[in-house]
Design a protein around this ligand. Structure first.
Ligand code: MN
Length: 169
């Protein structure tokens, strides 16, 4: 049985928030969203972000979302989504995130309830109309080999799993 997860307060609205939502849809995926330029720049990560620095995760760039989406936990149709993690992101001094995003090479430090440390997002190509990126945790003090997002399934907003939110636990 999974232990209750951390329930945390929303990150302050300082222009550098991030959220990761665990979204059960046609296929389970995690939505990584970084607040950049007044929107939530978004990637769908089928296998979810990991702290394991030896693992590269596919991250498909999807449509930007409105900032109001940052705390959405909802059941809709056959899908449901929870706030799996949230917090702040930062870059090195002098790095403009929007410029790095446009260049397809964005390095951010995440300070969340689950995700910590330096991640690289690297654009690798384009398939079926979507930019395909790689998401990799750098080898830093926050890296943990073998770390599996599916072993940490609860919402940091409500403490619920997707199943509990839907009521089919
Ligand atoms: Mn999604």
């Amino acid at each position: 049985m999974e232990l209750p997860g951390p329930i945390t307060t929303p990150p302050a609205a300082d222009g550098h928030r991030f959220v990761v939502q665990r979204h059960r849809a046609t296929r389970l995926h995690y939505d990584l969203r970084l607040e950049i330029g007044g929107v939530l720049v978004s990637w769908a990560v089928p296998r979810g972000p990991t702290l394991d620095p030896d693992v590269r995760r596919l991250a498909v760039r999807v449509d930007d979302h409105d900032l109001a989406h940052i705390d959405v936990e909802a059941v809709f149709g056959r899908g449901d989504t929870i706030v799996w993690d949230w917090g702040r992101w930062s870059t090195d001094p002098g790095v403009d995130a929007a410029t790095a995003l446009a260049a397809g090479d964005l390095h951010v430090d995440l300070d969340g309830a689950k995700l910590q440390g330096r991640f690289a997002l690297i654009r690798r190509g384009r398939e079926r109309g979507r930019d395909q990126w790689l998401l990799v945790h750098k080898h830093d003090a926050d890296a943990i080999r073998g770390w599996d997002p599916e072993a940490h399934r609860r919402s940091v907003k409500s403490g619920l799993t997707n199943e509990e939110l839907r009521g089919d636990a």
